[in-house]
Design a protein around this ligand. Structure first.
Ligand code: GDP
Ligand code: IMO
Ligand code: MG
Length: 423
């Protein structure tokens, strides 16, 4: 039995949802530890496509218990919509979903402040889900938590206090109309009726589960390069998607984590702003976007596409401590005659030793490429590693060596059956 953390190892959208769904067959509990409804994790089962934003992707396996940890920021409206959608599709959520009493609530003013700051000059290209402003309040110790829903008096007081301050900010700084405090209080006082039954002491529950020999998969959202500490700051999210975040975001100590599973896409994508050294802004980038259907699962925005960056993944493997790795979307590269892989960066003709997260520096590096032959074949029907063309196997072993990771899961399409283990 084990406790594993699953992390996105690039800029998000690596196919975490699909791989969590595959792996969760062998886990008792799947837990989200950070982020919020900015995530969009896709799971395709038969002709049905589910996009999960807050609820762990293990929810589609009926024997799996799903938990939302304290590190997640929860928009109650998004949560209830997601529960309703799953139940409409006959997926039982009641009794299978638990939420930490210490998770913070996204309030309407967080979404409003997110959109106001994105309409200004210093854009990040956020998902507009109120993530940054909610974490700001959390760390300023002004946040409102899930547990506050259980005490109507406290909840009302906290909302009043917060809105008093936000209204000054809205009026004086942003010249925006004030918020209707009574309406927000009325709306949030309603949530306890529907959310109460899911609230749990999550650290106690998860640590007891480990004591009982249960296995837990900790599902990261976003990706290492979007980590507020280790990513391409300020073009990051406001939480800790790297494996370290799994401890603070759940209450499971580092000594109880057995392994870290990395997820990488066979090429690179990014949504929103920020440097992206291997980005392709020509027809090859357009082709990757088209063949890979690279459009945001949460916002529908076209994703920026580029070649696999082994230098970046090597960095990601280092800060996450990746033990094993899944590679996804290998099928998408099936129509390229030649495939490039970035094996390092140069600046002013000099090789750079370690991955520069400083955006000024990262935007001025020159990627060094190695060109590999493509396989020019549809591999989406391959059922095993041995069925892959030689060029595909060579590509995998090259990127694995350059990035310093070992692939044990290979994904050649969005469906469950388009997945196999490496030899
Ligand atoms: P996540 O945020 O990491 O869970 O990834 P997303 O769900 O945002 O984006 C991944 C997209 O790729 C989804 O549409 C998946 O259905 C799809 N996908 C996952 N694995 C594969 C694969 O191996 N091949 C192809 N063609 N699509 C895949
Ligand atoms: P999943 O879990 C890809 C990006 C946004 C923006 C930056 C900050 O599906 O991989 P935020 O709304 O978090 O303040 O936006 O982070 N971003 C993601 N990019 N996948 C995601 O999630 C993302 N969640 C946030 O595009 O650049
Ligand atoms: Mg996604």
């Amino acid at each position: 039995m084990s406790v594993s953390v699953l992390v996105g190892s690039q800029w998000g959208d690596e196919g975490k949802g699909k791989i969590v769904d595959i792996l969760s067959e062998n886990y008792d509990i799947v837990t989200r530890y950070q982020g919020g409804a900015n995530a969009g994790h896709t799971v395709e089962i038969g002709d049905k496509k589910y996009i999960l934003h807050l609820i762990p992707s293990g929810i589609l396996r009926e024997n799996v218990i799903c938990v939302i940890g304290n590190g997640v920021v929860i928009d109650p409206t998004a949560l209830l919509d997601e529960i309703a959608l799953l139940e409409k599709n006959n997926i039982k959520v009641d009794g299978r979903l638990f939420i930490s009493h210490n998770a913070h609530l996204i309030m309407p003013y967080h979404k409003l402040l997110d959109s106001i700051s994105e309409s200004g000059e210093n854009k990040i290209g956020t998902t507009g889900r109120g993530i940054g402003p909610c974490y700001i309040d959390k760390y300023a110790r002004k946040g409102i938590k899930i547990v506050d829903l259980l005490n109507r008096k406290v909840l009302e007081e906290k909302i009043r206090e917060n809105i008093k301050e936000k209204n000054i900010l809205l009026k004086k700084i942003y010249d925006h109309e004030e918020l209707d405090v009574e309406e927000i209080i009325r709306q949030y006082l309603e949530f306890d009726k529907t959310i109460d039954k899911y609230i749990k002491d999550v650290p106690f529950y998860l640590n007891n589960a480990i004591d009982e020999g249960k296995s837990i998969l900790l599902e990261g959202a976003q990706g290492a390069l979007l980590d507020v500490d280790h990513g391409t700051y300020p073009y990051v999210t406001s939480s800790s998607p790297t494996s370290g975040g799994a401890c603070t975001g759940t209450g499971i100590p580092p000594t109880r984590i057995d392994s870290v599973i990395g997820i990488v896409k066979a090429y690179t994508t990014r949504v929103g702003l920020g440097p992206f050294p291997t980005e392709l802004t020509d027809e090859e980038g357009e082709k990757l976007r088209k063949v890979g259907a690279e459009y945001g699962a949460t916002t529908g925005r076209p994703r920026r596409c580029g070649w696999f960056d082994a230098f970046l993944v090597r960095y990601s493997a280092m800060i996450n401590g990746i033990n094993t790795c899944a590679v996804t979307k290998l099928d998408v590269l099936g129509s390229f005659d030649k495939i490039k892989v970035c094996i390092g960066y140069e600046k002013n003709g000099k090789k750079i030793k370690s991955f520069p997260t400083d955006v000024e520096r990262l935007s001025t590096v020159t990627p060094v490429y190695e060109t590999l032959p493509g396989w020019n074949k549809d591999i989406s029907n391959c059922l095993s590693y041995s069925e892959l063309p030689t060029e595909t196997k060579d590509y995998l072993s090259f990127i694995s060596k350059q990035a310093g990771i070992t692939f044990n899961i290979i994904s050649v399409g969005p469906k469950r059956k388009q997945t196999f283990y490496a030899d």
